[in-house]
Design a protein around this ligand. Structure first.
Ligand SMILES: [Zn+2]
Length: 266
């Protein structure tokens, strides 16, 4: 049997909770077969560190998370554009979040600026969306009137069937976290089962979203989530889609390749 290759489509390897254990975590990921990870920055201060992690198995994404959009330094868009000119990274994590302190006008401006850069540079865009589906869909649908959308992934998707369908129609990929396996998430599991396979990705969102139901106990006292734990989610998700694990893995791998292909030099 060929060895399975796992992709973790969203995590934060520069998070300070990984300081001192980062190498051990990456080693455990490799040993578990997690050989591709999409590593996201959240604010300008972690762009350099995120870019420095780039390797055959780590694809960096740099951007401004909605939680940090009120603390951006002037001209951040120009600096992001300059980096995009000389590197092949993706853009993210960006998005809209109803629950965070940053005011919504600022969030929309910051998100739209990153969407525009993703359009201009044809880069994959990682989007966080909490409670702002109407606004997100409005922005994306408006964008299609002037230029085709860049490759877009909605990370840790938690929307309804209807939102899933509209995002799929726009060509977006939906990345599901271990919340899929959590108690009380029947509606999300149903949405997942109805999501067409070419639009699915899976993520840990490590070091966040540790789900004790599906993740094994962590050997570290800090009890963080980590990329190696994605393996259990693949098994769970393949089952929900009534697929053999091997076929499921190769489809997700292909989806991830389609998503990031635009980072290849053309
Ligand atoms: Zn994240």
């Amino acid at each position: 049997m060929t060895e399975l290759r796992y992709l973790d489509s969203h995590l934060h390897l520069t998070d300070p909770r990984f300081n001192g254990i980062r190498e051990a975590i990456l080693l455990r990921a490799r040993e578990a077969g997690v050989v591709k990870m999409f590593c996201n920055a959240t604010r300008e201060e972690d762009w350099r560190q995120t870019l420095a992690l780039a390797s055959a198995s780590i694809v960096p994404f740099i951007g401004i998370h909605p939680w940090y959009c009120s603390t951006v330094e002037r001209d951040w868009e120009r600096r992001l554009a300059e980096i995009l000119q000389t590197t092949t990274c993706g853009i993210g994590e960006t998005g809209l979040d109803k629950k965070c302190a940053g005011d919504m006008v600022r969030q929309i401006e910051t998100f739209t600026a990153q969407l525009q850069l993703a359009v201009a540079f044809r880069r994959p865009l990682t989007v966080h969306c909490l409670g702002c589906w109407g606004k997100l869909l409005e922005i994306l649908e408006l964008q299609t009137k002037t230029a085709p959308l860049p490759p877009i992934m909605i990370h840790s998707f938690g929307g309804s069937q209807e939102i899933m369908r509209r995002l799929v129609r726009l060509g977006c990929l939906l990345s599901f976290s271990a919340r899929l396996a959590a108690p009380g998430q029947e509606a999300l599991r149903q949405v997942f089962q109805e999501t067409p396979m070419p639009h699915i990705l899976l993520e840990t969102d490590a070091p966040d979203q540790l789900q004790t139901g599906i993740n094994p106990g962590t050997p570290e006292p800090s009890a963080t989530n980590e990329p190696a734990y994605i393996v259990a989610l693949y098994g769970f998700a393949a089952n929900l889609h009534h697929m053999e694990l091997q076929d499921f893995c190769s489809q997700i791998w292909q989806n991830g390749t389609v998503f990031t292909d635009s980072t290849l030099p053309r």
